[in-house]
Design a protein around this ligand. Structure first.
Ligand SMILES: *[C@@H]1O[C@H](CO)[C@@H](O)[C@H](O)[C@H]1NC(C)=O
Ligand SMILES: *[C@@H]1O[C@H](CO)[C@@H](O)[C@H](O)[C@H]1NC(C)=O
Ligand SMILES: *[C@@H]1O[C@H](CO)[C@@H](O)[C@H](O)[C@H]1NC(C)=O
Ligand SMILES: *[C@@H]1O[C@H](CO)[C@@H](O)[C@H](O)[C@H]1NC(C)=O
Ligand SMILES: *[C@@H]1O[C@H](CO)[C@@H](O)[C@H](O)[C@H]1NC(C)=O
Length: 796
């Protein structure tokens, strides 16, 4: 079977493992029911406010209770007009939340309203909108609602009452968007006029130049589902061509610059990461692989994710790097990247998902939401932070984009982590998000997010994702028995949280009967493929990669702060513990504690590691960290568990290698913590810790004198370090703590097959250019960096 099944099984297995002691010691069924009821009420409050004060326009303004309309005066107001096409988008995007609530009467009513709003089954509106946003919000919701309405197993199955109107509307919209793909390259332009295509007064090139990776690749997902449901394969073929084309534009490091000119293919920026502009590319590679059972998409995901791990992944976040070099480019992460832990759950990478989600929790604890952009590195802020500045100035430097429009991504990954772990920790996060929605964001006619998290000022806007995603994921978090959670429901959520599934008969019918009869698109694709073949023929063979290594910027402590260790006699080790002091928990739940609260020794590491840029605005001063809420803490933490890992005081830096060949994606990991790499070519990134006596290391252990015994500094390879000098005079040693974003276990070793690595180096030498300077190997097979051994990096 294809490998995605395996992935699903991994996440599934975890669920099964805890299922046996599930309900009794978790939140009670009664509690869950009450919470889900509250979310349902909040949803209908928002939805009904829209119907009363917003419909038939696109949104309702939650504070002033009037419609938020498309900006008909200023067509270049892209922030508004890319999404608000004057086609009742809140109504359409909310349909599937009603379906998830399993509320038959309201679903029927809402579908009727859509039918009445578009009596001819046409989106005949003179609006220029974004192809991507319209695909995910309009097309996605209509397709998912159609699946619900026609699936006998679902509570909102409409049976004979429903004649396929939603699918027809979806197809009508798709036909209006698809001409965006008729470009020289086959990549879509970002915007199109729903009625006039490109042929309308006021059309300018600026509407269709820069387009980002997510926007150009992602319609593939919704359009392919449309193909399955209509039997017309043109939607799939045209959008899939663009997806594959985008992927072909990746750099040698398998990283994709975030945006391109769709006709010239020139990148607008060399930056890449997992956030805005590229986020759903990764999402749809994996989800497409799962939903369409597609091995090629699975391969795209595997290669792309491996490259993200190698180049972007750090302990608590994925950094934004340059696609050509993998060097960190900007010291911030964005709000949208909070979805990624949820995707990692689907990929089976649960441990890392837990870690990455935690950072967003700490951000929520600090700012009361997830600011659009958060700067994690105080040293990169200019002018530098100064304690004499007023708080608001400091915060403005930390939060270059300071709004939070109630985006769903943090809710989403909280939900997926709960499904995979069943740890009540995530339910508790949900309870607090629910409380915040009620107390901080609920306004007169809907939910108003933060215009400014620094001042706490609210925004008189409720984007459609609040009802379609934020509240949906929150409801599902509490709704244990939802039909989507039944085994065999095989559901995949679209990037707008619309549940998608493809019944077996639909799949086989599509495989058997699909047709591509539209000659405009078929000849267009033919031309594109032909041009690609000509280009390929011209391309020379692979260019030789640069070989060398570079220290990267991700060090924790500046060099000059190093202590004078030769003389340091300190025997009394008193590193600061990071555990907050909390009242002793009660012990009436002896069998089931929250694993995250009771076993995860790094739960509070982020608080100190990022304390310089996790600074609370004044309106948050009294907000208590979600995980430390006394009622929760005393109920779910294990009284026997009393320690948190000690903060590392060692210096940590990174080495980047670019070697010819490939590197192994899944090195073998032995029970004794040894990671063995066969192939170790192409880009690799090693995180190296500089061990000095009496420091606290990466794993929270004390570095003792024994670490420094029996160390050989004799270089058996390049003979650069011939010294057998006094071993005990050494002040520091190195240790590798992560390889390509994979954390080496405590006491773990990394083995690289010598043949591979050394062979490469020798080749280079023979060409007369020894580029790897400062690298050697000692007689204990340890790799040496500038004559200092890396204790646990062995060439075997
Ligand atoms: C926008 O939609 C409203 C409500 O359907 C309609 O009355 C109005 O004419 C539309 N405006 C434009 C410019 O299309
Ligand atoms: C280390 O300490 C000794 C004794 O205090 C001093 O002589 C030496 O200069 C110091 N070395 C450095 C690099 O600071
Ligand atoms: C270091 O410890 C030894 C043994 O306890 C002691 O004799 C010596 O004076 C100490 N040196 C310093 C610099 O404190
Ligand atoms: C962050 O923590 C360090 C070490 O505990 C402390 O010295 C520093 O003052 C803290 N910074 C802020 C902004 O709280
Ligand atoms: C750990 O296991 C690996 C693979 O089985 C082996 O090569 C290595 O020697 C072992 N290391 C130790 C320290 O036992």
């Amino acid at each position: 079977m294809v490998s995605w099944l395996w992935l699903l099984q991994v996440s599934f297995l975890r669920i099964e493992q805890v299922a046996c002691y599930d309900y009794a010691y978790s939140f009670t069924a009664k509690e869950l029911k009450a919470y889900k009821q509250e979310v349902k009420e909040l949803f209908y409050f928002g939805f009904d406010s829209y119907l009363e004060h917003g419909y038939p326009f696109d949104e309702v303004r939650p504070i002033s209770c009037v419609p938020k309309k498309r900006n008909f005066e200023d067509l270049n107001d892209h922030v508004t007009n890319d999404i608000l096409g004057n086609f009742t988008i809140t109504l359409i995007d909310s349909l599937t939340t009603i379906a998830v609530l399993q509320d038959m009467p309201r679903f029927r009513e809402a579908v009727r309203l859509v039918e009445r709003t578009f009596p001819n089954g046409e989106f005949d509106v003179d609006s220029t909108v974004q192809v991507f946003e319209t695909s995910i919000r309009v097309l996605g919701s209509l397709l998912s609602s159609h699946l619900y309405a026609t699936d006998r197993t679902k509570a909102v199955y409409l049976g004979h009452e429903y004649d396929g109107s939603l699918l027809r509307l979806a197809q009508n919209m798709a036909d209006r968007l698809l001409p965006a793909y008729l470009t020289y390259t086959g990549l879509p332009v970002p915007r199109i006029n729903v009625k006039w295509k490109f042929n309308f007064p006021g059309f300018t090139d600026s509407l269709v130049t820069e387009n980002n990776v997510a926007a150009m690749s992602c319609p593939m997902f919704e359009f392919t589902i449309l193909s399955y449901l209509t039997g017309d394969s043109k939607y799939e073929k045209v959008t899939r061509y663009a997806f594959d084309k985008i992927w072909s534009l990746r750099t040698d490091l398998d990283l994709l610059p975030m945006s391109f000119h769709p006709e010239k293919l020139t990148p607008y920026t060399s930056m890449t990461g997992i956030g805005a502009s590229i986020d759903s590319f990764f999402e749809y590679a994996l989800k497409g692989a799962v939903l369409f059972d597609d091995a090629e998409l699975m391969n795209v995901w595997n290669v792309a994710y491996e490259s993200l791990k190698t180049n972007c992944r750090n302990d608590w976040l994925f950094a934004n790097v340059l696609a050509d070099t993998g060097q960190i480019f900007v010291p911030w992460i964005d709000s949208l990247s909070a979805f990624f832990p949820g995707l990692q759950v689907l990929a089976g990478d649960l441990d890392d998902a837990i870690a990455k989600h935690l950072l967003f929790l700490k951000i929520w604890n600090t700012f009361g939401g997830i600011p659009e952009r958060w700067n994690f590195s105080p040293t990169e802020i200019s002018p530098p932070l100064s304690p004499t500045e007023p708080l608001s100035v400091t915060l403005k430097a930390i939060l270059p984009l300071e709004w939070y429009p109630l985006r769903p991504e943090f809710f989403e990954s909280t939900y997926f982590l709960y499904r995979a772990t069943k740890d009540p920790f995530y339910l508790n996060v949900g309870v607090h998000l629910l409380r915040d929605l009620k107390q901080r964001f609920k306004s007169k006619c809907g939910f108003a997010g933060f215009q400014n998290v620094i001042t706490g000022e609210l925004q008189d806007r409720m984007e459609t994702f609040v009802l379609s995603e934020t509240l949906k994921y929150l409801y599902l978090l509490f709704d244990e028995g939802n039909e989507l959670h039944k085994s065999g429901s095989d559901v995949v959520f679209s990037t707008e949280a619309h549940p998608m599934w493809l019944p077996q008969e639909v799949r086989s019918k599509y495989k058997r009967d699909a047709k591509f009869s539209d000659s405009t698109y078929s000849s267009h694709l033919k031309t594109c493929y032909k041009r690609d073949r000509e280009l390929q023929a011209k391309e020379s063979t692979l260019s030789q990669r640069i070989v060398g290594f570079a220290r990267s910027v991700f060090s924790q402590q500046p060099e000059e702060e190093l202590a004078n260790l030769t003389r340091n006699n300190k025997t009394n080790f008193e590193a600061p513990g990071l555990c907050p002091i909390m009242p002793r928990p009660r012990s009436d739940h002896d069998t089931w504690y929250s694993p995250l609260l009771s076993k995860y020794s790094r739960l509070f590491e982020i608080d100190s590691r990022y304390n310089a840029t996790l600074i609370k605005p004044s309106h948050m001063q009294h907000y208590r960290a979600i995980e430390l809420e006394p009622a929760f803490y005393s109920r779910w933490s294990n009284p026997q568990f009393s320690t948190c890992q000690i903060e590392p005081t060692t210096e940590i830096f990174e080495l980047l290698f670019d070697l010819p060949g490939v590197h192994e994606q899944n090195p073998s990991i032995a029970d004794n913590g040894t990671i063995t790499y066969g192939a170790f070519g192409s880009r690799s990134r090693l995180k190296i810790e500089k061990l000095q006596i009496y420091q606290s290391d990466y794993y929270g252990d004390l570095v003792t004198a024994s670490t420094f015994q029996d160390i050989s500094r004799r270089d058996t390879y390049s003979h650069m370090c011939d010294t057998t000098a006094d071993l005990y005079s050494s002040v520091f040693l190195y240790r590798v703590v992560a390889v390509n974003g994979r954390i080496v276990p405590r006491h773990g070793t990394v083995q690289i097959e010598k043949h591979n690595f050394m062979h490469v180096s020798t080749d280079i030498e023979e060409q007369g250019t020894l580029i790897i300077g400062g690298i050697g190997v000692n007689d204990q097979a340890q790799l040496m960096l500038e004559c200092t051994p890396i204790l646990n990096l062995l060439l075997i």
